[in-house]
Design a protein around this ligand. Structure first.
Ligand SMILES: Cc1ncc(COP(=O)(O)O)c(C=O)c1O
Length: 403
């Protein structure tokens, strides 16, 4: 039995809708993208939503619209997908790596404040909290800290469709929130992303920068009188527009989003139940009042130790555990079950390590998460038979390789 890490949910609705732009001949950003954006505002509660080609371009666009520029610095958690940090590099600003809390895999509040207190030249202009794997970062505290230090907030909500603190959806706490529709995410348009904001002036800059810096969108130009004349371009913009083919998919996916998230949460709950007495791995932790949507179901392999003990291990000891973690993942792979490390510690990746002279110990919790995390398969349509097989193979591998 082959079990993928995740699987998108498509049915006849997507097949029927994607034909419509082909039939009409309007395949670039148009009415389907507009409808997708509208549905997104209704789902998240944001005032404005702008579809773009990916979350990576969403992050770049948000930073550019907030006028982040060379000479500025932007705080990023070190345990995230590399795209979060690449978006900062694209602006010419410098990323400042902040460690994570190993319990949530999200940015560590203590470290965040320490970094800001040391920023005597006030070069740090923004922070990008990442809602990793579908669990919100501690946004109430981040908003307070950002207010104190005059920082802009761009939320990386790539993994966080449906994720909430109380009733507030990820992406609406900060100045802007960025989402991904890559197939590993809760809903997908192949590739795709969305930026949301409640700020009308920022919304104006986002829509213009997405479209080469144009003062009018393509659709506005084609539907209004005088469309034969090109509009003014008063900003240096980009082409980050989503196609209407993808917009047509997005509209159908939004109709399914709630159901997909519910099914994922039920499946994750079952993993929690059956893995709770497995002493060698720690299942995801969810603070009170937070809605985790489990874009990935990520455990920490600790070989029977607590997180608090593991954080004090030497790098050598972590590397030894890492070898065992890898053996366990390979055992699942051998049985046709796709697993992954959660994500990577970006400060250890060649480009960043070399450019900024960073060492593994600089963000040690991120390093541990990189070395010891295991993402298990999770998708809305996962059958009980598939689920039981994953659990059985995982338990056998833990028995064989862990202490
Ligand atoms: C935390 C995070 N940020 C950004 C991205 C980039 O998203 P995209 O692939 O849509 O550019 C991803 C994708 O995996 C991600 O996990």
């Amino acid at each position: 039995m082959k079990i993928p890490i995740t699987k998108p949910v498509f049915d006849d609705a997507e097949k029927k809708n994607i034909i419509k732009p082909l039939d009409s001949g309007w395949v670039v950003q148009g009415k389907f993208v507009a409808k997708f954006e509208k549905l997104f505002t209704l789902f998240t509660g944001a005032r404005y939503a702008f579809a773009v080609t990916s979350c990576t371009t969403a992050l770049h666009l948000a930073l550019a619209a907030l006028k982040i520029k060379p000479g500025d610095k932007v705080i990023v958690p070190s345990f995230t997908f590399v795209a979060t940090v690449n978006a900062v590099e694209y602006t010419g600003a410098e990323p400042v790596f902040c460690d994570i809390d190993l319990k949530t895999f999200n940015i560590d509040m203590g470290q965040l404040e320490t970094i800001l207190m040391k920023d005597k030249g006030h070069k740090i202009k923004a922070v990008i909290p990442v809602h990793l794997f579908g669990l919100c970062a501690e946004m109430e505290k981040i908003v307070k800290i950002a207010g104190k230090y005059h920082l802009k907030i761009v939320e990386d909500a790539a993994c966080a469709l449906g994720s909430k603190i109380g009733n507030i959806h990820a992406g609406v706490f900060g100045d802007a929130g960025c989402f991904s529709f890559h197939p590993r995410k809760v809903i997908t348009t192949g590739e795709g992303g969305m930026v949301i904001t409640n700020n009308p002036a920022l919304a104006q800059r986002l829509t213009s920068l997405r479209d080469h810096g144009a003062s009018k969108t393509d659709l506005q130009r084609h539907t209004a009188k005088g469309g034969s004349l090109l509009p003014d371009y008063d900003l240096l913009g980009y082409n980050y527009r989503l196609t209407d083919l993808q917009g047509a998919l997005g509209v159908c996916q939004m109709a399914k989003a709630k159901a997909i998230i519910n099914k994922r949460r039920i499946r994750a709950g079952k993993y929690n139940q059956v893995l709770q007495e497995e002493r060698n791995i720690i299942t995801p932790w969810v603070p009170d009042n937070y809605t985790h949507t489990y874009q990935s179901y990520v455990c920490l392999f600790t070989n029977g130790e607590s997180r608090e003990r593991v954080i004090n291990y030497t790098p050598d000891k972590i590397n030894k555990l890492n070898k065992t973690r890898n053996r366990i993942m390979f055992a699942l792979e051998d049985k046709g079950i796709a697993v992954r490390q959660g994500t990577h510690a970006v400060h250890t990746l060649g480009y960043y390590k070399n450019k900024y002279g960073l060492r593994s110990q600089d963000c040690f919790a991120s390093y541990i998460a990189d070395r010891l995390s295991i993402a298990l398969p999770l998708y809305a349509e996962m059958t009980t038979k598939e689920f039981n097989w994953v659990v059985q193979v995982l338990k056998n591998a833990l028995k064989k390789y862990a202490a």
